[in-house]
Design a protein around this ligand. Structure first.
Ligand SMILES: [Zn+2]
Length: 441
């Protein structure tokens, strides 16, 4: 296969080490500037025919004005920051992770699946459309985050504020998210396009227990460590109740016809849920879709092997289902361990996102456009367990959808944020075609 220009562009995009760090002072903004210059140089039409503003210096927002404004504008999102490559894993890569090498029609490198593929696809689509002469009937906005991987506070959040101040709202906001997955859901015999209509909230809570301290040669019957251990154990044995949310119900129902005998129960999930929830809870993926999860992720206690600890703490990561709140989570934690002397501290409080409707005009339109590049693929709403920039745009559109128009199997999913991240040239081409129909439609 001949290497396409788009593939070469993505390959070059990978070579800029636009790695975001939780500590912003560690970020090498020279790489960011060079990347933005590369976009300017590569996508001449886009930079000639759209109005570009820079938010927080590094987030470009492009505005393509239509001659007639029959429909409200849409907003296409992506982010060009990437996660680092762990030093010790570089040797496991087939090619150096920032070389952008193309091998057997795959473009390799950090960001080829998350999310420079999206940036390049949107830009290629725009460039091609402008070449042909855009005659759409709505304004198109494009915005790229530069700190998505570390929370999007300076990118997406400020871009959203910019739109809010100007009273600009959208028919649709489309960000990265679900994909056309194959063989990812156990028992599902057909590829499905999963469109994220909501995200779980991600909150962090630290729980502390205090002890008397003293020498370990004369320990008490309980200590800060035993109290905290009991708390952790009780919480893992007493999870929050499983519950169906609209996107998950719709997803399971939509999958039913392709699930063989299991499908019979999924079809009437409303009624079968009290029984089925026990089976679903056994799969970590399914479990995450039907309940707020509270997982102990860090534990701290003790300073020396022969000293009783005066304090022990554990950090919980709570992933909050739409409909639940941070308050519910704390209340549940306190109830389960009401007999224990514990202190609760909020580290990060983030609620679940709003849920976009899956029966809207905008959703149907997206479905139609997906069918143009993936004919006969079942399009279903779903709930994302991870976070994206999209949630920052709440209030700017009724329809905030999360979908990457790319085919993914389990192996591809494992490469995201990991070793040998890569994308096939055909996949990249499909993404570009998809954005072309999105922009034109
Ligand atoms: Zn991403």
């Amino acid at each position: 296969m001949m290497t396409s220009d788009a593939a070469k562009h993505l390959s070059e995009a990978v070579t800029f080490r636009t790695i975001s760090h939780a500590d912003y002072t560690l970020t090498d903004y020279g790489e960011y500037r060079a990347f933005l210059e590369f976009l300017e140089k590569t996508y001449k039409n886009v930079h000639r025919y759209t109005k570009r503003v820079m938010i927080s210096e590094f987030s470009p927002v492009y505005h393509l004005e239509a001659k007639t404004k029959k429909y409200p504008p849409i907003l296409l999102l992506g982010h060009y920051d990437v996660v680092p490559v762990e030093e010790s894993t570089i040797k496991d890569w087939a090619v150096p992770p920032f070389s952008g090498e193309i091998r057997e029609d795959y473009i390799y490198g950090r960001g080829t699946l998350d999310d420079k593929n999206q940036i390049i696809s949107i830009m290629e689509a725009m460039e091609e459309i402008l070449e042909e002469g855009y005659v759409g009937e709505r304004d198109i906005y494009i915005a790229f985050g530069f700190d998505e991987e570390i929370g999007g506070m300076n990118g997406a959040k400020q871009i959203a504020a910019y739109f809010r101040e100007r009273g600009i709202t959208f028919d649709l906001v489309l960000d990265e998210g679900g994909a056309v997955v194959e063989g990812v859901v156990e028992g599902l015999e057909t590829p499905v396009a999963l469109v994220g209509v909501a995200e779980k909230g991600s909150s962090m809570i630290r729980v502390k227990a205090k002890g008397d301290g003293g020498h370990s040669s004369m320990p008490g019957r309980t200590s800060a460590i035993t109290v905290l251990s009991e708390a952790v154990l009780r919480l893992s044995e007493n999870p929050m109740k499983p519950r169906l949310t609209a996107p998950v119900t719709e997803m399971l129902r939509g999958m039913a016809p392709y699930m063989g005998r299991k499908g019979i129960f999924l079809k009437s999930i409303d009624r079968s849920f009290p029984y089925l929830s026990r089976v679903l809870s056994k799969s970590t993926t399914m479990n995450s879709l039907i309940r707020t999860t509270i997982a102990a992720t860090m534990m701290n206690a003790g300073t020396a092997p022969n000293v009783m600890p005066q304090e022990a703490s554990v950090t919980f990561s709570a992933r909050i289902l739409p409909g639940d709140t941070y308050e519910n989570v704390i209340a549940h934690m306190m109830k389960v361990n009401r007999h224990l002397p514990l202190e609760y501290e909020t580290l990060v409080k983030e609620e679940a996102s709003a849920v976009s409707p899956h029966d809207s005009e905008a959703f149907r339109k997206l479905e139609k456009n997906i069918h143009k590049v993936f004919p006969e693929t079942k399009v279903l709403p779903y709930l994302m367990a991870g976070g994206t920039d999209a949630r920052k745009y709440e209030g700017l559109s009724e329809n905030i959808l999360r979908f990457s128009c790319i085919r993914m199997n389990n192996e591809d999913l494992d490469r995201i944020h990991s070793t040998d991240e890569r994308i096939h040239m055909d996949n990249l081409r499909v993404m570009i075609e998809f954005y072309k129909v999105m922009i034109k439609g």
